[in-house]
Design a protein around this ligand. Structure first.
Ligand code: FE2
Length: 327
């Protein structure tokens, strides 16, 4: 079986094509970059609308197949930005109807976990999913992927992006913050916001900007924000691992490409006698292959969706999905 997956929850429109054995035949993507400010959902949706058809064409070409050879169309059903989700869902429905194959809507957060399980040695991991829009610690327990900890306000990546913009590092500033943080000398005091198993990041942003206004260096701020946020993520992940008694941690989302975060989680894992797994870069960030693969696995387990069930779900919760494909 060959599945084609469309990803479009936020800034990236992605088209992936996979086969039964999780071989990735194509994984094309294009990212919307705002000229200034943050993501404007409607503009991002227009970007996706313009690019989705050419990207599907390119993915088919890369995979060396014709549209008629696709057996299943899958798409990111949520969570995400409404206009982006609707655009991509519409494209998925049109494609599924035009080639006459089934359609499956996929939970985007679960897709990060499933592709990691398919493409790394991890079997039953705790996922630390840290991106712009999402920050969750997820693991399989009692028939569902449960959220063991999550952000109470904004995603950690969103916070880093906002910080980057405010201190003049441009948009999608994560990699620049990582580089600059290496020059930081002082650990400035920032609110360590872990509440139970959940986290909050907007207060850290406010505190960091106040410190900047008071004359703290950009280097010290980048260093301190990273150390504080990544310690929070590592702590919550460790507690989830202890709670569910799992000895694998999987990383997913754009932020986990940060080497300092990887280092902190790897050390925590090592101290627990656990293993850490990081999928390759293109599979960590938002991509169509993870949607294609998760949809394929869902379809294989018997999940079928009528077109009327393919409405988008902006606040689609990870634990809303009945995971029929795992025992
Ligand atoms: Fe994501």
């Amino acid at each position: 079986m060959i599945a084609l997956g469309l990803e479009g929850t936020a800034h990236t429109i992605g088209v992936g094509i996979v086969d039964d054995d999780a071989n990735i035949l194509a994984n094309e993507a294009k990212m919307y970059k705002p000229e200034k400010g943050g993501i404007h959902p409607r503009e991002a949706a227009n970007h996706h609308a313009e690019n989705v058809a050419p990207l599907i064409g390119r993915a088919l070409e890369t995979a060396g197949i014709k549209a008629e050879e696709v057996d299943l169309v899958t798409f990111s059903q949520g969570p995400g930005l409404g206009p982006c989700l609707r655009t991509v869902a519409t494209a998925a429905r049109a494609l599924s109807l035009s080639i006459g194959v089934p359609i499956v809507g996929v939970n985007h957060c679960i897709a990060h976990l499933e592709i990691g399980v398919a493409k790394t040695p991890a079997k039953d991991p705790v996922l630390l999913y840290a991106s712009g829009g999402n920050t969750q610690v997820i693991a399989f327990a009692n028939g569902r992927y449960r959220i063991f900890g999550e952000t109470l306000d904004i995603g950690v990546g969103n916070m880093l992006d906002k910080l980057g913009r405010e201190i003049g590092l441009g948009y999608y500033a994560g990699p620049r913050i990582e580089t600059i943080a290496k020059e930081g000398k002082r650990l400035l005091e920032l609110p360590y916001s872990v509440k139970g198993m959940d986290m909050a990041f907007s207060g850290i942003l406010t505190a960091a900007l106040n410190l900047r206004a008071d004359g703290a260096s950009v280097e010290d701020i980048c260093h301190s924000v990273q150390e504080t946020c990544f310690a929070m993520l590592t702590e919550v992940t460790e507690r989830a691992m202890a709670h569910v008694e799992k000895d694998e941690v999987l990383l997913g989302g754009g932020v986990v490409q940060n080497k300092r975060l990887q280092q902190m989680v790897a050390r925590m894992a090592e101290e627990r006698g656990a293993s850490m797994f990081v999928p390759e870069g293109k599979l960590c960030i938002d991509n169509g292959a993870m949607i294609a693969w998760t949809g394929l696995v869902m379809h294989r387990s018997g999940i079928r969706m009528g077109i009327e069930e393919t409405h988008v779900r902006q606040r689609f919760r990870t634990d809303d999905v009945d995971v029929t494909w795992r025992s």
